[in-house]
Design a protein around this ligand. Structure first.
Ligand code: DAH
Length: 372
């Protein structure tokens, strides 16, 4: 006997339970008989058709006919029942169950790969340089990127208005005119002011490297960028000599570029070192024979260095004496030091054969992925 919707004259919860259970088992029986798409369509029409489908009949003969007091309860039960019937009829479609499972999850598909982040080549080379000096007992110091005129210039022995300042292509912060010159802010042009900051904080012996971002008002081209990175180095102790400087940097260059590399020290000038030198390495592209990369000289200029100028120690002493008038930690009669500064991008470009500094800042994944 096909199922017909019974009239309800008892609307008690128990009577509703019985009526619903009857309907459910009737639907289950009919579902079991569905063998084809056509069977399923017949089932769908019988149960869900808007006009006179079983759900519509239930709405009419159970819900609409219910006495006022029972409406709320019956309404809730009928709604739940409707949802169940709709889902049951839908899932009775031949092949429906397996189709819906495969729609949700195909365990044969490869998973979603989330690429891991990696160090930027500038960070990588910075860390490599730091690591080389860390093995020689150096620790890391940092300083602010927005620096005062005093730390960037005066403490580094660039007097106000001295032409040596012109070499630094400085980006100044606007609106500083009302301050004394030494307190005026600028974007540091080099990491050298961290030397002063380190010496104000710590007594000798000092062995520090200071990595960081620096700024110059340069027009970008293949070898210039207004923002780039340097690693500064400073060693201060009793009896530090130029030989220590040469040995240290020769070792560092061999670590960075391979033990075949040679170094040579060329006389140069920096206000904060005396004597000063530019360090050149034998061309790693041609082995020193001469090629386009080394402009046929066999040498590549890589960094600046020198022995710390006594004027720098004097500036540090003056500041330290504001806290301790008898401070004599940086008496140049008792201690000496060397310093060096290198451009990180330049080193990374030589390491990897990169011809345009702009690649570091373009965010182009085709470039960056090569260093992941
Ligand atoms: N500060 C220099 C620059 O950016 C680089 C430099 C040269 C740093 C010699 C040093 C040094 O510590 O001794 O042009």
């Amino acid at each position: 006997m096909p199922y017909t919707v019974p009239k309800l004259d008892d609307y008690s919860p128990e009577a509703l339970d019985r009526a619903i259970a009857g309907l459910r088992s009737a639907l289950e029986q009919e579902v079991a008989g569905v063998k084809s798409e056509a069977d399923h369509e017949a089932l769908r029409i019988r149960w869900r058709a808007r006009t006179n489908g079983i759900l519509t009949q239930i709405n009419d003969s159970w819900l609409k006919a219910a006495p006022k007091e029972a409406k709320r309860d019956v309404g809730q039960r009928v709604n739940e029942l409707k949802t169940w019937v709709e889902e049951r009829v839908e899932s009775a479609k031949p092949g429906a169950a397996s189709a819906s499972v495969t729609d949700k999850l195909d365990i044969t598909l490869p998973g979603i790969r989330r690429p891991l982040g990696a160090e930027h080549p500038v960070v990588k080379t910075t860390n490599e340089i730091i690591g080389i000096f860390a093995k020689m007992g150096y620790s890391v110091e940092t300083g602010p990127e927005i620096e005062t005129d005093y730390y960037n210039f005066e403490s580094m022995n660039f007097p106000p208005n001295h032409p040596a300042r012109d070499t630094q292509d400085t980006i100044f912060i606007a609106g500083q005119e009302s301050k004394p010159q030494r307190d005026r802010l600028l974007l540091r042009t080099h990491t050298s002011p961290v030397q002063t900051r380190a010496m104000e904080k710590h007594r000798p012996p000092i062995r520090v490297v200071a990595p960081g971002k620096v700024h110059r008002s340069d027009t970008p081209d293949a070898s210039h960028s207004p923002i780039f990175h340097q690693v500064e180095g400073l060693a201060v102790d009793t009896n530090i000599t130029f030989s220590d400087l040469k040995g240290t940097l020769d070792h560092a260059m061999k670590e960075l570029f391979g033990s075949d590399v040679k170094t040579r020290f060329f006389p140069s000038f920096f206000p904060f070192t005396e004597p000063s030198a530019d360090v050149q390495i034998s061309c790693i592209f041609c082995g020193g024979k001469g090629c386009r990369k080394c402009k046929h000289s066999g040498w590549i200029e890589l960094l600046g260095c020198g022995m710390v100028d006594p004027a720098v120690f004097a500036a540090v002493t003056q500041e330290r004496r504001k806290l301790n008038p008898s401070d004599d930690a940086y008496n140049p009669e008792k201690i000496t030091g060397f310093a060096f500064g290198m451009g990180v991008e330049r080193i990374a470009m030589i390491q990897h054969g990169i011809s345009d500094i702009g690649h570091f800042y373009s965010g182009d994944m085709r470039f960056l992925e090569q260093f992941a």
